[in-house]
Each structure stands twice: as C-alpha cells, then as structure tokens.
Design a protein around this ligand. Structure first.
Ligand code: HEM
Ligand code: HEM
Length: 173
C-alpha cells in the first residue's frame, strides 16, 4: 500500500538536510546559511501547494487536527490498534502544521533582519529567529520519539513508508 508519494518523501528528507545544515553545521548568518534557509522555505511553500493538489494522504484537509480526532487517536494507541489506511494521525497533523509554520517564521525573520534596511540586524527579529529555530529543534526531537512510540504502540510501520513510500499491510493472525 503506497502511503507517501515521491514528492512528500523528497520534501521530507531535503527539509531534514536543510535543517541540520543550518542548525548544526553552517555558520549562522553566512550566505550559504541564507541560501539553505530559503531552500527550506521554498520546500515548505511547495509542500503547502501539494497540500491542496496532492494525493489524499498529502492533502491538508485530510489531517486537520481536531480535539475529538486527537482523543480518538490516543484511545486507539492505548488499545494498540491504529487504523492502517490513514496518512498522518491527528497528533502527527498538529506536528506537521507546527513545523511547516515555524520554517516560514525562520525564512521571514531571517529575510527581514537581513534584507530590509530599516530592520537590518534588528535584535528582536534575530532572537525570534533563534528561538523559533530552537522550537523546531525541540519539536523534531518530539517528532522522532513520537514516530517510534506510535510505531511500537500502534504496531504500525511508519518509517519505511517515508523511505520507499510503501507500508506492508498488517496480517490479522
Ligand atoms: C532552515 C531554516 C533556518 C534555520 C534552522 C536557521 C537557524 C539559525 C540559527 C539557530 C541562528 C542563530 C541565532 C542566534 O544566534 O540566536 C541563525 C542566525 C541567522 N540566520 Fe538563520 N536559520 C534559517 C533560515 C535563515 C534564512 C532564510 C535567513 C535569510 C536571510 C537566515 C539568516 C540568518 C542570519 C542573518 C543569522 C545571523 C544572526 C546574527 O547575526 O546573530 N536564516 N539562523
Ligand atoms: C530535522 C528533522 C526533521 C524534520 C524537520 C521533519 C519534518 C517532518 C514533516 C514536516 C513531516 C510531515 C510530512 C508531510 O506530510 O509533508 C514529517 C513526517 C514524518 N517524519 Fe519527519 N522530520 C524530521 C526528522 C525525521 C526523522 C529523523 C525521521 C525518522 C526516524 C522522521 C520520520 C518521519 C515519519 C515516519 C513521518 C511520517 C509520519 C506519519 O506517518 O504520519 N522524521 N517529518
């Protein structure tokens, strides 16, 4: 069963690469940092378009988080029975929207403090840029832990579909 299309998978791993380069390796503020940052922003904007025109699992309307959805999902996890046909579960959806939004905050704050004369070097924007990067970092850690916990408690393959797109259908023994 195909879960994640090629666009989503390429988007995901390129975004991981951009984040790690900018957060851990490249000199903060350097021109390569800016180029990688804008690449991440371009990836996120294409993902937003894909959220409206892509296949069902990629569509935003199919994983808009809601309180009732999250409650039901937590119950499913407790029972160890996460529905196999879905793309993002409701908590995953919340995480996706938060991460996408924060990448846009990175790009906007980086752009404004660097390119707009009146705001050049603005300390508020610079701290916002740093704080938002740190929030993405914390969310990513939670994201990775959540992927492993959901895979374990829900007995569901999550990582494989993000690599080759496919999930093996669960047998009911
Ligand atoms: C993947 C997206 C990005 C991440 C994760 C990221 C992360 C960071 C981090 C952690 C810092 C250090 C902040 C601090 O010292 O408190 C920083 C600094 C900086 N970033 Fe980014 N950034 C991203 C995108 C961008 C973009 C698109 C620009 C566009 C101009 C940009 C411009 C800058 C500049 C100019 C600084 C230096 C600020 C200073 O002089 O202290 N960043 N970035
Ligand atoms: C900087 C690091 C990371 C970022 C920014 C990130 C971001 C994201 C985003 C935005 C999505 C939503 C995909 C979409 O619908 O477009 C996602 C999904 C996913 N990510 Fe990551 N990710 C990171 C690291 C990882 C790592 C290291 C793994 C592997 C352990 C991973 C596994 C997954 C999986 C399995 C999904 C799909 C979850 C589901 O089935 O609902 N991610 N990630």
């Amino acid at each position: 069963m195909i879960i994640w299309d090629k666009f989503i998978r390429t988007f995901h791993w390129l975004l991981v690469l951009c984040f790690c380069l900018n957060y851990f390796f490249l000199e903060h503020g350097s021109s390569i940092h800016q180029a990688v940052g804008y690449t991440a922003a371009a990836l996120v904007m294409s993902r937003v378009v894909w959220g409206f025109i892509g296949p069902p699992n990629a569509r935003f309307k199919n994983f808009l988080p809601s309180f009732s959805g999250i409650k039901k999902h937590l119950h499913e996890l407790k029972e160890g029975e996460v529905k196999q046909t879905q793309g993002h579960n409701p908590l995953g959806g919340l995480m996706v929207f938060s991460i996408l939004a924060l990448f846009l905050v990175q790009a906007v704050t980086g752009f404004l403090r660097e390119e707009v004369d009146a705001l050049y070097g603005d300390s508020f924007l610079t701290s916002l840029h740093g704080i938002s990067a740190n929030i993405i970092f914390v969310l990513v850690i939670i994201h990775i832990i959540a992927v492993f916990i959901t895979a374990y408690l829900g007995k569901i393959e999550l990582i494989r579909p993000m690599i080759n797109g496919k999930r093996r259908v669960k047998r009911h023994d």
